[in-house]
Design a binder for this molecule. Structure first.
Ligand SMILES: [Zn+2]
Length: 234
């Protein structure tokens, strides 16, 4: 925590959506983005996912959201995980009232971890766990390197792409556990569905999913956004 405080002092946190300096490190985003972010209200925040209680997301994947997530994933901005975590945790608290034992995430492959240097799903899950006061538990490993889901437009392609891609980590026991499964974006839900099926096979009691953003199904492939990360302490 002292390290975090020191980093905030050296590199004041900025809004992950527009880059404006934030008045407090406790804020997730700036006042202006608070007004213009495409928030999902009520049932729109929920997408049904097989084997789970559904997936809750605070915002739609449009306007400034895709560029922000691209910076988080591809351009070295892992510190966004903490601010995104505030928004995801709030969304879960607003919609999901059942008890949860821990937070886990859909991991990236070792190959991708080597090239990227960090697992953005873990960074987001850390932020969510911190906000909810829940433990963070690594449960899954990605055993097969897959094509990026964002490059596939059809649901069937997405399902096939992740089928059998995840396995339980050795020595992890999820039997009887109520789990919050986190990822950055939900589109077809295939990744979350595949991860949830592995956790349920190993006896998990209930799984609730949460992502920062919800994308339309079968949307067009996106183009990569700006490389400007807005800050140096990522
Ligand atoms: Zn902003």
């Amino acid at each position: 925590m002292i390290w975090t405080w020191l980093l905030d002092l050296l590199y004041p946190p900025k809004c992950p959506f527009c880059g404006k300096l934030l008045e407090s490190p406790l804020l997730a985003l700036c006042e202006n983005c608070q007004e213009v972010i495409p928030w999902l209200e009520g049932e729109n925040a929920l997408r049904k996912i097989e084997f789970t209680e559904g997936c809750y997301s605070p915002m739609a994947y449009r306007n400034s959201v895709p560029d922000s997530i691209h910076r988080f994933k591809f351009y070295g901005c892992p510190s966004y995980g903490r601010r995104y975590g505030i928004l995801v945790a709030q969304c879960v608290q607003d919609h999901y009232t059942k008890p949860l034992d821990f937070v886990t995430w859909a991991p990236i492959s070792q190959k991708r971890l080597r090239t990227r240097g960090y697992d953005q799903g873990k960074k987001l899950a850390e932020g969510v766990a911190e906000q909810l006061g829940l433990p963070l538990q690594k449960t899954l490993k990605k055993v097969r390197h897959t094509q990026a889901q964002s490059t596939l437009s059809e649901d069937a392609q997405r399902r096939g792409n992740v089928l059998g891609a995840y396995q339980m980590l050795d020595g992890v026991n999820v039997a009887g556990k109520h789990i919050l499964l986190v990822d950055d974006v939900v589109t077809s839900g295939s990744t979350l569905e595949e991860c949830a099926s592995v956790l349920m096979e190993h006896g998990a009691a209930q799984i609730c999913c949460a992502t920062l953003a919800q994308s339309r199904k079968n949307r067009q492939n996106f183009s990569l956004g700006t490389e400007n990360c807005f800050e140096k302490n990522s």
